[in-house]
Design a binder for this molecule. Structure first.
Ligand code: AP5
Ligand code: MG
Ligand code: ZN
Length: 214
């Protein structure tokens, strides 16, 4: 398996589907959002830089994100393939990824474009809950944990993400439309884009993704 890019607006299900792919195919999920949140939590310099942008629903500067992805891609576990979740998000990031992949001898096989009705995105994000232990994702209506407020997999408490407030979500969606949606044009000529209808049942969407990859 090669490198896969999951492209889609906030709430499209990038993280949800990436975790399932990781479990089945044993290739790592590279989520810039998760990496930045981990840096914020541990209070590193990177975290301090990133926090203000993230809290405002803005994008973290390209050079910062590009640096962390390049380092991550060079690690041994990316040898069999990798799933990029939330990167690239701007044209300069996509160009940097092309250069880094060439340098490291890696190939992007597919760009999966997850498409969901914008109204649904807001509902998904407002009801999202994340496990503080293992990062598993839940939803108060669409993906309900067995015990309220607790993770099915590890039992740790579930929390709401700081940037999942209606006002901030709106800004994230605006930024997606302005800065990230143009990537569909960027990749158009490569023959790597596949559209995934990403509304409906999580497992059904996952099966359609696996169908594309096989
Ligand atoms: P990031 O963490 O990447 O957030 P995002 O792109 O806004 O995407 P989300 O994680 O909110 O959505 P998702 O598509 O993963 O959906 P999920 O699977 O959780 O980035 C956060 C911030 O970090 C950015 O705003 C920016 O500041 C910074 N950043 C990150 N990368 C950057 C970059 N490259 N450059 C610059 N800045 C960067 O699903 C959402 C909810 O819906 C869940 O509750 C889930 O259970 C539910 N759900 C999923 N699928 C379904 C379904 N089929 N039906 C019903 N519910 C579903
Ligand atoms: Mg995510
Ligand atoms: Zn957990």
């Amino acid at each position: 398996m090669m490198g896969i890019i999951l492209l889609g607006p906030p709430g499209a299900g990038k993280g949800t589907q990436a975790k399932k792919l990781t479990e089945e195919f044993g290739i790592p999920q590279i989520s810039t959002g998760d990496m930045l949140r981990a840096a914020v939590k541990s209070g590193t310099e990177l975290g301090l830089t990133a926090k203000s942008f993230m809290d405002a629903g803005g994008l973290v500067p390209d050079e910062v994100v590009i640096g962390i992805v390049k380092e991550r891609l060079a690690l041994a576990d990316c040898g069999k393939g990798f799933i990029l979740d939330g990167f690239p998000r701007t044209i300069p990031q996509a160009q940097a990824l092309d250069r880094a992949a060439a340098e490291l001898g890696k190939e992007i096989g597919f760009v999966l474009s997850l498409e969901v009705d914008p109204v649904e995105l807001m509902e998904r994000l407002c009801g999202r809950r994340t496990c503080t232990g293992c990062g598993a994702m839940y939803h108060v209506k669409f993906n309900v944990p067995k015990a309220e407020g607790r993770c099915d997999k590890c039992g740790a408490p579930l929390v709401q993400r700081d940037d999942d407030k209606e006002e901030t979500i709106r800004k994230r969606l605006d930024n997606y439309n302005r800065s990230t949606a143009p990537l569909l044009d960027y990749y158009k000529g490569t023959g790597k884009i596949r559209t995934v209808m990403a509304s409906g049942d999580i497992d059904a969407i996952y099966r359609s993704i696996v169908g594309i990859l096989r």
